[in-house]
Design a protein around this ligand. Sequence first.
Ligand SMILES: Cc1cc2nc3c(=O)[nH]c(=O)nc-3n(C[C@H](O)[C@H](O)[C@H](O)COP(=O)(O)O)c2cc1C
Ligand SMILES: Nc1ncnc2c1ncn2[C@@H]1O[C@H](COP(=O)(O)OP(=O)(O)O)[C@@H](O)[C@H]1O
Length: 296
Amino acid sequence: MKTYVSPTQRPDTETVVAVGSFDGVHLGHQALLARLKERARHYRVPSVVYTFDPPTRVLMQGVEFLSTLPEKLDLLARYGIDEVIAVPFTPEFAARPKEAFLDDLRTLRPRALVVGEDFHFGKGRAGGLADLKGVSGDVVALPMHSLGGEDIKSTRVREMLKAGDVEGASRFLGRHYDAQGVVVRGDQLGRTIGYPTANIRVPEGKALPLGVFAARTIIDGQAYPGMANVGYRPTVDGRELRFEVNLFDFDGDLYGQEVQVKFWHYLRGETRFSGLDALRAQLAQDALDARARLSE
Ligand SMILES: Cc1cc2nc3c(=O)[nH]c(=O)nc-3n(C[C@H](O)[C@H](O)[C@H](O)COP(=O)(O)O)c2cc1C
Ligand SMILES: Nc1ncnc2c1ncn2[C@@H]1O[C@H](COP(=O)(O)OP(=O)(O)O)[C@@H](O)[C@H]1O
């Protein structure tokens, strides 16, 4: 998959194009991508995803993102997209009139455009489907996808994560929600209570679910079962948000390693224990619960 930061960078050929933030690449996005690929086969031209980094809502409304750009590119490659144009979404870009965006699209010579039916663009969200018809003779506007009577939206996935509902988020994403980052040093307390935890630093702004979870951690392509905590560690008077994982049946040095944690099941909310002994007892129970959930 080729990636560009501007539509003018790519070779001057016809295309089919899907436009959007694609934050999380959830089931609704996946339906759009399937339609994009179908149109690309039909016209025998490359499938192009025109996306914004960061997602428009992250810049405009200050929300957290579900996928970092590398995570999003990785997912789009796996769905078999030929090219991605990831334009830096800045206040200046957001303030451009709709005509400027339409001109950008024209440089891609789109045989077909695939968007969600509520797609808007340009300053004040002034541009809509009718404008797109001036750029391509084949505008596919997909209706909002729903699951169990609920619209599938990135916003809803963010809400579920904040409530610890990683199962709900997984249903909407069509895969387990995950976070990638590098293992950094913590307070070296975990090992003293028999539960060493790899503290993971994720890119600032990445949405994390809150609570205690059964998780699978991918290190060098291998999956390790374990349990994760995302919280403030009230028992040890923690202050900032920490993301840590204890791996079962693992012993080794992980500092500096890049890891990917897949959140499997919500186990409980974080609580304040009377001391480290009480915390240790709870961790023993969490480990049993996590193993049971992971072997289901
Ligand atoms: C599965 C799991 C659950 C946890 N639950 C809690 C909790 O409920 N309350 C709390 O204060 N800390 C909780 N912690 C965080 C521990 O306090 C933390 O692992 C310990 O302070 C060690 O920190 P360190 O990695 O900086 O050495 C949990 C950690 C894990 C791995
Ligand atoms: N089973 C394990 N799960 C997680 N980390 C482990 C495990 N075994 C060893 N480690 C290593 O020990 C470190 C965690 O020990 P800990 O005392 O909690 O220190 P820190 O506070 O620096 O995280 C991890 O970063 C990793 O390098």
